[in-house]
Design a protein. Structure first.
Length: 314
């Protein structure tokens, strides 16, 4: 009898989530004919724009299936995981995690020995490039992994390290294939162009902190993963911390960024805003609240922390 394996990621999946989970699912099928792998995703327009007709299942589709093991990609927060409830139905020794985030809130119940968490890596796809056997990766999987890296580095403009370049080199993609991947991930639709034009300045009244706000009624994942967004909200010497507030109905998502030599702990802000992430880039979220409440929370957090701009070498 074949082993039934579930591969899941976070809700509202971005390109790194999609590329890492689909690549791992493909790899698990490749390494053994005894693996019956189910890629379980929350429906998202990102799936169609990136993959088209990729085969995946919703939670409803897999109701009644008893899984032997489960793999989680690109997320370690219980409330943010699509299919987190599946984990408790599977033996602890058969739960696995691959993620590049740290400092998260309520974590998934996965044994420490089955966790591969590398916060210094640009993306979950970068981790998979390192741990998977390259000789068993098909071209489409290689391209997907590269696109996941592109997405979480805003087309190699941020979070890029010598390791990132090493992993890209390991993929062995030809220059033409790299260019095609960049175009797929970073091309701007008319809708995205229009959204960028609606970004407004957010007056927080805090020295050395620059704010931005955008209200929209749909997912804008592709917008905030694009290098154009990175340029627009990039911290500067004058404003070493930037905060971007995204309002979708009564839900608010907050992106925190800071310059590397800035001594302000934005990760504390993100944690206080029900989020987490990396030292220099992190995010928070509030559900079912008002814009005014979010601004009050941000203002209180920022005014309680030292706002001086300190370079680490000083």
């Amino acid at each position: 009898m074949k082993r039934k394996i579930a591969v899941i990621t976070h809700k509202n999946p971005d390109y790194d989530a999609l590329c890492s989970s689909s690549s791992l699912a493909t790899y698990l099928r490749k390494i053994s004919n005894e693996n019956e792998v189910y890629l379980i995703l929350e429906k998202s327009k990102n799936i169609d724009s990136l993959f088209g007709n990729i085969q995946y299942y919703s939670l409803k589709d897999v109701e009644g299936i008893t899984f032997d093991s489960i793999y989680v990609c690109d997320v370690n927060e219980e409330d943010r995981t699509y299919g987190a409830e599946l984990i408790s139905t599977i033996s602890k020794s058969s739960r696995f995690l691959v993620d590049h985030h740290d400092k998260n809130r309520k974590e998934l119940d996965i044994p420490v020995e089955n966790r591969t968490i590398k916060p210094t890596y640009s993306s979950t796809c970068e981790i998979l490039v390192e741990i998977l056997d390259r000789s068993l990766l098909e071209f489409e999987t290689v391209q997907n992994l590269f696109m996941g890296i592109l997405s979480d580095t805003a087309c190699l403009t941020r979070n890029v390290s010598s390791n990132t370049n090493l992993m890209i080199s390991k993929l062995g993609l030809q220059e033409a294939d790299r260019i095609e991947s960049i175009q797929r991930v970073c091309s701007l639709s008319e809708e995205q162009q229009e959204l960028y034009s609606r970004v407004e300045a957010l007056e927080l009244g805090i020295p050395r902190v620059k704010g931005y706000v955008l209200f929209h009624d749909n997912d804008i994942t592709s917008l905030i993963k694009h290098p154009r967004f990175d340029d627009l909200t990039k911290p500067t010497c004058e404003f070493p911390v930037s905060i971007f507030v995204i309002g979708i109905q009564n839900n608010f998502f907050i992106k925190f960024k800071k310059m590397e030599d800035c001594d302000i702990n934005i990760l504390e802000f993100a944690t206080a805003c029900n989020g987490g992430g990396h030292e220099n880039r992190c995010s928070g979220r509030f559900y079912g609240t008002t814009y005014e409440e979010v601004l009050n929370i941000l203002h209180n957090l920022l005014t309680k922390s030292p706002k001086q701009y300190v370079k680490k070498e000083d």
